[in-house]
Design a protein around this ligand. Structure first.
Ligand code: SF4
Length: 142
């Protein structure tokens, strides 16, 4: 899909669809788009794809961004490595959805200081910084 098209869906469409069809869903307004989930998933891009959607990021800038979507959920082994690696708490098992987005974001940001794996060092790896830039580029909005 072309990010410039006017029919790019709102994040809620993907959120609701994943809730119905996948073991995990992403509360996109607090997803940063660094693709940490895809990096750690043993099946990576066989399960995940980044898709354009209209979403704010951390309460700002509602516009087209690229965000991870489970395209082959049947391959998921429910190991939850991706949930553990998500730096913001946006990615959750369907049965445990985000209820207080900003508290979740704050809690998970503080947690980054204490995480043994998938802490700051992991999140700020070059590949994640580059993916963050690509997936939040202003040009995506046309
Ligand atoms: S739960 Fe495990 S297998 Fe499923 S998407 Fe996450 S990392 Fe991949």
């Amino acid at each position: 899909m072309n990010g410039r098209s006017s029919d790019v869906p709102d994040w809620k469409e993907y959120y609701e669809e994943m809730k119905e069809t996948c073991p995990l869903t992403v509360y996109y307004p607090i997803c940063g788009g660094g693709e940490e989930c895809i990096t750690v998933c043993p099946w990576g891009t066989s399960i995940w794809e980044v898709r354009p959607m209209r979403t704010p990021m951390f309460g700002r800038g509602y516009r087209v961004r690229l965000r991870p979507v489970m395209v082959n959920p049947e391959l998921c082994r429910k190991c939850y490595l991706c949930v553990e690696a998500c730096p913001t708490g946006a990615l959750r098992p369907v049965g445990n959805p985000v209820r207080h987005p900003y508290l979740t974001l704050l809690y998970n940001s503080v947690k980054l200081f204490f995480k043994k794996r998938y802490g700051f060092k992991f999140v700020f790896r070059k590949e994640h910084r580059e993916k963050f830039k690509k997936n939040n580029a202003a040009e995506l909005d046309g």
